[in-house]
Ligand binder design. Structure first.
Ligand code: CA
Length: 233
């Protein structure tokens, strides 16, 4: 890492969650050599804990891990953190890559990898973190955009008035774009674990959203997947 004279900069902190000691050790040495501050965990459970509490700038996350697999670590981590995550996947494990990216991984690299490639991907992910897009709180799907900070929803230039619950439901669907969410999942994410009542409350609120967006603009934003749940594609 090249630094200008007189520039004081804290090294960026990287967490490696990898149970193969040889790989973890090798990556640790290379990253340390590049000037990063590196920590290692060798199972999913302690890895998740460290990722949540360690003040890291980036996580390198293996998929096949003891205790808690990498995809599950990522899924749980994404509830509270948008820290850059690069998945380390086994050769040709296409499903892992797709699931990883769907779950919110920033990038993945296939083992065995050239260290130069990993370093390049780390630099890109860290740079993206330092210079986020104009507004990282804005979600966009086609002509529909939702801004979490200002609590506004716009479809093709027109404002859409939503109640808090409708807003949260739409936000959840947009954040999980392309992933079919079951009624139970939506209940848990939008109404909370302790919700007591009819599960058809989800259908009712989907109906409200559709009348305010799909019906009003004559489009099909929210898809119903029969006997599974709902998805925004
Ligand atoms: Ca492994």
């Amino acid at each position: 890492m090249i630094r200008k004279k007189g520039e004081v900069k804290m090294p960026e902190k990287i967490l490696i969650i990898e149970d193969e000691e040889k790989i973890a050790r090798f990556v640790e040495l290379e990253l340390t050599h590049e000037g990063y501050d590196v920590s290692k965990e060798n199972n999913g459970r302690t890895g998740l804990e460290a990722a949540e509490n360690g003040g890291f700038d980036l996580v390198l996350l293996d998929v096949m891990l003891p205790e808690l697999n990498g995809l599950e670590v990522l899924r749980r981590l994404r509830r509270t953190s948008d820290i850059p995550v690069i998945m380390l996947t086994a050769k040709d494990a296409v499903n892992d890559k797709v699931s990883g990216l769907d779950t919110g991984a920033d990038d993945y690299i296939t083992k065995p990898f050239a260290i130069e490639e990993l370093l390049a991907r780390i630099r890109v992910a860290l740079k993206r973190k330092r210079t986020p897009a104009a507004s990282s709180s804005t979600l966009t799907v086609g002509k529909l955009s939702l801004d979490a900070d200002s609590h506004t929803v716009i479809y093709d230039g027109s404002a859409v008035e939503l109640t808090n619950r409708e807003f949260l439901l739409l936000k959840t669907l947009m954040e999980n774009r392309g992933i079919v969410l079951s009624r139970d999942t939506l209940l848990e994410k939008v109404w909370g674990f302790d919700y007591v009542g009819e599960t058809n409350v989800v259908d009712v609120y989907i109906y409200y959203l559709r009348s305010k967006i799909d019906d009003r603009f004559g489009v099909k934003v929210i898809d119903t997947i029969r006997s599974v749940g709902y998805v925004i594609k």
